[in-house]
Unconditional design. Structure first.
Length: 373
């Protein structure tokens, strides 16, 4: 990101904490180690199972913040071609995503014979593999191959939607439209966020579409423009009004968290002292590789669950230690994926190769299962 306020150690720290929360939420939610360890910390387990998923709202707000920084820091589209910007985003997302899903398919096949548990994904079909590879699984009604991958599809939809809106405003004819393009962009994001927060986010059947999540994403974009504005009060009022009306219409804890996150970003990142703070190094590093950790952690946790549940099926202490081990190994695996895959600039050839690898690995699992039967 070109703006000094678009990417700071604080942003990475927040991402790191949200990522850790999501990993622990899945460790508790899916089991079976958490089922055995639950008596050791029932209150913490219940909180992580119920509320840990809300950390996704933090990612949505941060995603909007960083999208505004890269796509329209001044309210004007800074990319040349909408199709090129969207294609680059797809490739950046899908390469580590396909690698992680391939691992999930293989690990699921490995543990399926020894662990009969709802957390183990079923044997994939060809249509399911293709849908997951193209980020279409929820839209076409296919099961995800790994926990949390719905977020990758939503992130791509949101980014593409913002790009198309910006490109559409830039293409408007007339001198007036060109003169007021920045204002039109910002107004469109406020209107879009309002429509999402007040209407679409209250319709659960839309949760596979960007419009359902545009409210939190839009709040992040508004937060970025507030940080960059000479006087942020107008933006702060807009964030408070958007969130306040949404909560008055239908109180949702996840929306309250999104509003709180956006306001905290404005307050913190307008501070020169905070911007110059180097942060807590382990959390900064975790934030930098949070996408890779998010992608790969389910496979790691599934494998550790299978081993621990077979060897120590009744020990709360050892199952709790297994959860800690799974968390640590998830960070290690995420770092490998980050360093070996995510950090490298991908190409369409790379993306296609890994997508075909994902489909091929899934079909190999299916054929091997048929042969074994």
């Amino acid at each position: 990101m070109s703006s000094s306020s678009s990417r700071t150690p604080l942003i990475d720290m927040i991402k790191g904490m949200a990522c850790a929360t999501i990993v622990w939420h899945h460790l508790v939610f899916y089991g079976p180690m958490s089922d055995i360890a639950q008596p050791l910390a029932p209150t913490l387990m219940a909180w992580l199972s119920t509320y840990g998923r809300m950390a996704v709202q933090v990612f949505l707000v941060l995603g909007g913040y960083l999208a505004a920084a890269s796509l329209a820091p001044q309210g004007l589209a800074r990319f040349d071609h909408a199709g090129s910007a969207i294609a680059k985003r797809f490739v950046r997302l899908v390469v580590p995503y396909a690698v992680a899903l391939m691992l999930s398919v293989l690990v699921s096949a490995l543990v399926r014979p020894v662990m009969d548990h709802p957390s183990v994904p079923d044997q994939p079909s060809l249509s399911q593999l293709v849908a997951n590879a193209l980020l279409l699984q929820d839209i076409v009604g296919k099961d995800a191959l790994s926990a949390g991958v719905w977020y990758v599809a939503i992130d791509f939809q949101l980014f593409a939607l913002v790009v198309l809106v910006l490109a559409g405003i830039r293409a408007l004819p007339g001198t007036w439209a060109r003169r007021h393009a920045a204002g039109l962009t910002r107004a469109s994001m406020v209107v879009g966020a309002a429509a999402s927060l007040w209407v679409f986010n209250r319709m659960g059947e839309l949760d596979m579409w960007a419009l359902y999540f545009l409210g939190a994403y839009g709040l992040g974009m508004l937060a970025y423009w507030a940080v960059r504005a000479p006087d942020p009060r107008g933006w702060v009022v807009a964030i408070v009004l958007l969130g306040g009306v949404a909560l008055a219409l239908d109180f949702r804890g996840r929306i309250a968290l999104a509003v709180f996150t956006a306001l905290c970003l404005v307050a913190a990142l307008r501070s020169t002292r905070v911007q110059s703070w180097r942060g807590v190094e382990p959390l900064v590093r975790l934030g930098q590789m949070s996408y890779s950790v998010f992608l790969v952690h389910f496979s790691v946790c599934l494998l550790v669950n299978a081993v621990v549940s077979q060897v120590w099926p009744d020990s709360p202490v050892l199952n709790a230690l297994g959860m800690v081990l799974a968390f640590g190994l998830s960070l290690a695996a995420g770092r490998v994926l980050y360093l070996r895959v995510e950090r490298h600039v991908p190409s369409w050839t790379t993306a296609l190769r890994w997508q075909l690898g994902l489909v091929g690995a899934g079909m190999l699992v299916v054929m091997t299962s048929h042969w074994a039967a």
